[in-house]
Design a protein around this ligand. Structure first.
Ligand code: SF4
Length: 567
């Protein structure tokens, strides 16, 4: 055991409030692993919620494990230390179960790095009777877990709040050996046991068939949490070292009814379930009693929460400040923006996603330019100095003029913000945050090809060039090559597991792994898929019907030329 790392873990614990310490005697032990750093993991509400629910079960002990900071990996290796839990500093192999909470494809390789550092065989086929059971949950587990499937004993498909409780009870009551237990799990709705599915491929590299073995269901249906009020989703453990450690995060509900054609969250968390105003008021009052001073509202579309005005008043009446990550420009109100300004917000964020109204209609995020300019009015009038706008490049049907329109729109927004400044002071700053479109499973755009890193880089350059002469505009963007990696992992099948294994073997150096991998990334990313192709995620049912997605995809394509000709 490295004493340096042990002291570091103890310092993290000492800075926390709300961590759970339980005696291990006679309990089922569960390592809840976030495959990224402590600061990132501790800001994830889903991770915190599961931690609380598992520890609420009397005969379960759940402890947290995170990816070591980059400099600490060498220290682990040098001292022969395994990744260990924060609470009792026990190695991963001491636990009965090791559960990964995976919310971002970029963390896939970290899952394998952690297993490797722990000495747990990566592939399920190589695991021994004494190895812990390895599982995953989180949104990646039900969008498309296939690239990680060969490494998981089982996968929790859906919203896991109720399901994990059932799984641990099943383990406590019935576990005798691994094979028998995994066999029994195939009968539990919402549990996917990858080794019980055989995938075959056609000569052109597409998936020919997925055969369920040994009585496993042909299609694994997602579990959905029906009673959202029954599970309060707030951070249990407070720490100043989390990315959002300065505020209490509060989920207002699950799902979004807007149906933007690119958006995974808008599809897979359906139907929309809002937490009741009474339940949220009770939580707000409890947070105030605990001495919290700032509340961050979280949800797919917070400004669509039906009782947002009442909730804002409840937060303000409790003497707390309010924070929201991103808002729909077409549902902004003076009340909401005013409350955010009083809460000390220095930046308001909206997501137009595209430069033209034509493309916004095609992606079904039909915010008009006028609504964006009105949002500028509200922001400026409220005294919030900065505005941030999310745009996405490379969306289906995008033309050069859609890209060129982004700087022009930025110029109009900037002008509007300045006009409203009564003192003539320059407006704070307009930030354009540019990401790359990755066609996600379960969305109408799942059949669209990824644009490609070179094309995206050229479009990004167009935007940057277009705003270069504007003072007070800055452009933030991700690397299009990282978006290409995300596309590979989001759309990959089980063969992509070989690439992940290579990347883990090179300490996460995925560029080197891509060079060495004998697979073809373009098969998964830039290749257009026909609508009759069997997709890697077709043996799941997340509650989104394929005919509906197909209709939306065809509408998007059919609308595009006509809309392009509109004035
Ligand atoms: S992009 Fe926002 S508004 Fe659109 S479906 Fe997704 S969460 Fe809802």
């Amino acid at each position: 055991m490295s004493w340096t790392l042990k002291r570091k873990a103890q310092a993290l614990l000492a800075a926390e409030e709300g961590a759970v310490r339980k005696d291990w005697g006679g309990k089922v032990s569960f390592a809840l692993v976030y495959p990224n750093t402590y600061a990132v993991g501790m800001s994830n509400l889903g991770f915190q919620t599961i931690y609380r629910h598992l520890n609420a079960i009397p005969d379960v002990v759940c402890e947290r494990v995170f990816l070591p900071d980059p400099g600490d990996v060498d220290e682990l290796r040098r001292t022969g230390t395994q990744p260990f839990s924060l609470e009792s500093q026990r190695p991963l192999t001491d636990f009965h179960m090791v559960g990964f909470s995976v919310t971002y494809e970029g963390d896939y390789v970290n899952v394998l790095r952690l297993l490797g550092l722990a000495g747990i065989p990566l592939r399920t086929a190589a695991r021994r009777p004494h190895d812990p059971l390895v599982l995953m949950g989180g949104v990646c587990a039900f969008s498309n877990p296939e690239p990680l499937a060969p490494f998981m004993d089982f996968i929790v498909v859906g919203e896991g709040e109720e399901l994990v409780v059932e799984l641990l009870a099943a383990y406590r009551d019935a576990y005798r050996d691994r094979e028998e237990f995994l066999g029994a799990l195939t009968a539990v709705p919402g549990v996917y046991v990858p080794e019980r599915y055989e995938v075959s491929y056609a000569v052109d590299g597409t998936i020919a068939d997925v055969k369920a073995l040994g009585g496993a269901p042909a299609v694994v249906a997602k579990r959905r949490l029906r009673a959202v009020d029954a599970f309060e989703t707030i951070a249990t453990v407070k720490t100043p070292r989390a990315e959002y450690g300065h505020m209490a995060l509060l989920e207002v509900g699950k799902g979004c009814g807007r149906g933007c054609r690119f958006c995974l969250e808008g599809q897979v968390y359906r139907p929309v379930r809002h937490r009741s105003l009474d339940a949220l008021r009770a939580t707000v009052a409890a947070l105030a009693r605990q001495g919290e001073t700032r509340v961050g509202l979280v949800g797919a579309c917070v400004s669509d929460y039906p009782w947002i005005g009442e909730l804002l008043r409840a937060v303000e009446d409790a003497g707390m400040e309010l924070s929201v990550s991103s808002l729909r420009a077409d549902s902004l109100t003076a009340d909401l923006v005013g409350a955010l300004a009083r809460g000390g917000h220095r930046t308001l964020t909206v997501a137009p996603e595209a430069g033209t109204e034509r493309l916004r209609r095609t992606i079904r995020k039909a915010i008009t330019d006028a609504q964006l300019l009105e949002a500028c009015d509200l922001v400026r009038a409220s005294g919030i100095p900065n505005l941030k706008c999310y745009f996405m490049l490379g969306q289906p049907t995008e033309e050069a003029e859609d890209v060129e329109a982004i700087p022009r729109l930025a110029e109009r927004m900037l002008a509007r913000l300045r006009v409203l400044d009564p003192s003539g002071r320059p407006f704070g700053r307009l930030t354009l945050s540019i990401s790359s479109f990755v066609p996600k499973p379960w969305t109408p755009f799942q059949w669209a090809p990824f644009d490609g890193a070179e094309s995206l880089a050229a479009k990004l350059e167009t935007v940057k060039r277009g705003v270069r002469s504007f003072a007070s505009v800055r452009v933030l963007h991700e690397n299009p090559r990282e978006a290409a990696l995300q596309a590979l992992l989001a759309r990959g099948d089980r063969r992509v597991a070989d690439f992940l294994e290579l990347a883990a073997g090179h300490d996460g150096d995925w560029r080197r792994a891509l060079r060495e991998w004998d697979g073809n990334p373009a098969h998964y990313t830039t290749r257009a898929r026909t609508t009759d192709e069997r997709l890697p995620w077709d043996h799941f049912d997340v509650g989104v019907r394929k005919p509906g997605l197909l209709r939306e995809w065809e509408r998007a394509l059919a609308d595009a030329p006509a809309l392009a000709e509109a004035p």
